[in-house]
Design a protein around this ligand. Sequence first.
Ligand code: GLU
Length: 483
Amino acid sequence: MSVKVRFAPSPTGYLHVGGLRTALYNYLFARHNGGKMVLRIEDTDRTRFVEHAQENLIKMLQWAGIEIDEGPGFGGDCGPYVQSERFDLYTKYANELLDAGKAYYAFDTAEELEEMRTRLQSGTKGDYRYDRKNMRNSLTLAADEVEKLIADGTPHVIRMLVPENENIIFHDLIRGEVKINSQEVDDQILIKSDGFPTYHLANVVDDHLMKITHVIRGEEWLPSTPKHCILYRAFGWEEPLFAHLPLLLNKDKTKLSKRQGSVAVEDFKLKYNRDAFVNFVALLGWNPSGDREIYDMNELIELFNLEKVNKAGAVFDTQKLDWYNFQYLQKLTPKEMASELADELKKREMPEMPEEYLEKVCVLVKERVNFIADIPDYAPYMLGDITEYEEKYLAKHWTKEKTPLMKELIARLENSPEFNYEPMHELTKAYCEEKEVKLKEVIHPLRLMITGKSIGAGMFETMEVLGREECSKRMKNFIEIYG
Ligand code: GLU
């Protein structure tokens, strides 16, 4: 059996991280098994139509490195891949079920349904399943009456006839056997009164026609699966295998929601390194081994298996995501980092700087930031003049009495034959020995003069990047103000 999977998003306007995780697992599974990946747009709910949503979805998948084998704009023999372009098909299949007595027409008005709900709720069972025996439908009405209602254009839906008291059993590749009695399953609407299909009908028809072998989707669809199984059986079609992925959770273990931070891939794309983000998302609910956490796409493909996907929800921890960004930041070339930093400077309307210089700045501080975009805040003194001296740091490490000691050191540093880490470090050490002071007694004042801040990269490395002229200017400037 050659594997064929699909990612079937509804175009709601943005790609949810949960959706990306689903797409990614489908993709990894397809590639791991030498199978195919289908993208199907499930836009049966036209009231939720959002312009450009489809383009945007595809852009995000491509950004994440997810390749699509069949889909809108990607070719394939099972198209069209957009459900709104397949409406006739769904009607045809709904009619097939009607003819076979496995679906029926229902004419109930909204008020009648509301009444039914109130009645059922007050009953002992207290559930909301459609009460097919006591409502106005083709099971309770005479055939000629049904015909007349339809001929008169009375609004109606088509519902699936759920078999009575049957055990619906399916095997979930992550959860094992799932069993539910058909008494628990509602007579799901298949075709709405506007003639449009519901998700359930369109989804099953398309998975069948598109020859999907494995349905890998979020846990929130698990309650729908028995309905789908009933439909497959009603049509006499073979069911695909199912795998329901664990929920994504906020840190407080509630279901991941917009209220506790962003959930749109579009937002993460602005902030995170692509490979870091994909690596992080891949490990939300799955881990191929013990402690290893860094995997590139090829490794993920090689190792992916559904059996190791967890049942329990996975916490979406942005701190961990930041950690991933840090890890991937370390792997970037100076050129890549510099170009990101240049973009950030532009965004902040800060002065442009030579690429070569920005490369050095990035190499200098990359182990101290999670994001390139943090560099202007972490080390503003590398990207412009010092605007302030940290008050506490100044109070702790500077007194006027230090002026002569520092002035002489400054003079020696300025005249260092090479303005590099090694010689400056040696020179300063020798100077301290000569003056019988500890190294830190001059390093802190030096840092204050050069950076204005208490934290930063190594002092002499920092000075080397800034260069002789700039350091000299800053040291003199400081002595002028505080000396
Ligand atoms: N259109 C559904 C969604 O938005 C697809 C669910 C499924 O994969 O069956 O997620």
